[in-house]
Design a protein. Structure first.
Length: 135
């Protein structure tokens, strides 16, 4: 209800965006193969405690797509800076992500909660730490 009210009332929108910005970023993960599925968690474990506490992975699912790059998708123009910061965080642990703005090209973007992102693993090689089996 608050999210819908934020679409038509600027003061509600401002308060809603401020509140959701304080929450951990929700990052839904899409993998091309089963072998890619554990990678996001492995990389998260390698981040500094303060950085990883600001990220949650609600789900990791298999998805088919062209997979030319590894993408970090965001749905609100206001999330651009956070998307760039997340891409930089993942780069520090070896995963190069291309930030992709879907705010105007996907109809569902309007209804997505701010501070929500998706990682789409593609065909390029994953960091070596993702390819090693956990003991």
């Amino acid at each position: 209800a608050v999210q819908k009210a934020s679409l038509v009332n600027n003061s509600v929108k401002s308060a809603y965006e401020e509140a959701t910005a304080r929450l951990p970023s929700r990052v839904f993960v899409h993998a091309l193969t089963d072998s890619q599925r554990p990678c996001a968690g492995i990389l998260l474990d390698e981040m500094k405690d303060g950085d990883k506490s600001a990220i949650t992975f609600p789900s990791v699912v298999l998805a088919k797509w062209s997979g030319e790059t590894h993408e970090l998708r965001y749905f609100k123009v206001s999330d651009r800076k956070r998307a760039e910061a997340l891409a930089e965080l993942f780069a520090t642990v070896g995963l190069q992500l291309t930030a992709k703005d879907l705010s105007t090209s996907w109809s569902g973007a309007r209804d997505s909660r701010p501070n929500t992102f998706e990682i789409w693993f593609g065909n390029p090689a994953l960091p070596a730490n993702c390819l090693q089996s956990k003991k």
